[in-house]
Write a protein that binds this ligand. Structure first.
Ligand code: SF4
Length: 289
């Protein structure tokens, strides 16, 4: 298990490594940069560099990790890449089903293949399926995502490369937004982020602002309108259970948005109900209108 610095997950699991670029969001692919480093360090799983490679010896790893985690699947690849055989994807899904104490986050840019294969996959409740949407030109990926049987459907709007004034979040449980980082990042405008946040709040969809990005992403930070935005998919059942039997939920997490963070629910399985965004800021959903 690799602990992850990514703000919206705990750990990463890479049963596939390597990829190919498919759209403008891939231009400064983080996985490609990391792969170069790991290859130079002699890490066996990266011997093929960024060429797509199945890593079958990694398949059952989550079953060995006893502590419940939120696990980002294939942070170094794309599970729905055309060169990943269907039966291999089915094996990955089977492991996720068997490792039911974890929550798994699968993210793809190959939304067409996702929709094509979705009926051939079993969708356990602990699998969150997401698509990347870097600009208004790729919102059709959301339509493909909606056709899947995933219990939690999410969008990674990162790196956000332009305004998305009509982001249809109907049927979507979670939206992550972030800017690009690296040596030559493409700029992110605050108005683009606020516009998406506004659309999420109007639709009551949890909104997570990951980072501004830039050359020095640490310095740029991740505050928006003077606060962080860390909403995660809400589990209505967990909320009700928390009321019936007090859980160790951190102060403030059951505010007006009833936002719970699954990783803090001591590994209990979450079933996602109606999502909510944190509404505890001075920001009003209509302040941009
Ligand atoms: S799909 Fe993801 S992993 Fe593949 S090249 Fe694009 S950004 Fe990198």
């Amino acid at each position: 298990m690799a602990q992850s610095a990514i703000e919206w997950t705990d750990s990463t699991w890479n049963p596939v490594t390597g990829c190919d670029k498919v759209s403008p969001g891939c231009k400064f692919c983080y996985a490609e940069v990391m792969t170069r480093r790991l290859h130079a360090m002699g890490q066996a799983n990266y011997a093929n560099g960024f060429k797509l490679t199945l890593q079958p010896h990694m398949l059952t790893k989550p079953l060995e990790w006893k502590k419940p985690q939120v696990i980002f699947v294939n942070s170094m690849s794309d599970l729905f890449h055309a060169d990943v055989p269907l039966d291999y994807i089915q094996q990955v899904f089977d492991v996720m089903r068997r490792a039911h104490w974890h929550e798994f986050q699968v993210l793809t840019k190959r939304a067409e293949r996702l929709a094509e294969l979705a009926p051939l996959l079993a969708w356990p409740a602990n699998v969150w399926m997401g698509v990347s949407v870097e600009s208004a030109n790729y919102t059709n990926r959301i339509d493909h995502l909606r056709t899947t049987g995933a219990a939690v459907k999410f969008l990674s709007v990162e790196p956000l490369l332009g305004p998305i004034p009509r982001l249809d979040v109907n049927g979507i449980d979670w939206v992550i937004v972030g800017g690009e980082s690296g040596r030559t990042p493409r700029p992110l405008q605050e108005s683009w982020v606020l516009e998406i946040m506004q659309q999420c709040q109007r639709a009551n969809v949890p909104f997570f602002f990951k980072q501004w990005g830039g050359v020095n992403k640490k310095a740029a930070g991740r505050q928006l309108l003077g606060q962080t935005w860390d909403a995660m998919p809400v589990a209505k059942e967990a909320v009700l259970a928390a009321i019936a039997r007090p859980l160790r939920v951190r102060r403030g997490e059951l505010g007006s948005g009833l936002s719970l963070q699954p990783a803090r629910l001591e590994g209990r399985r979450l079933k996602v109900g109606g999502p909510a965004a944190p509404l505890n800021s001075a920001y009003s959903p209509d302040s941009l209108a």
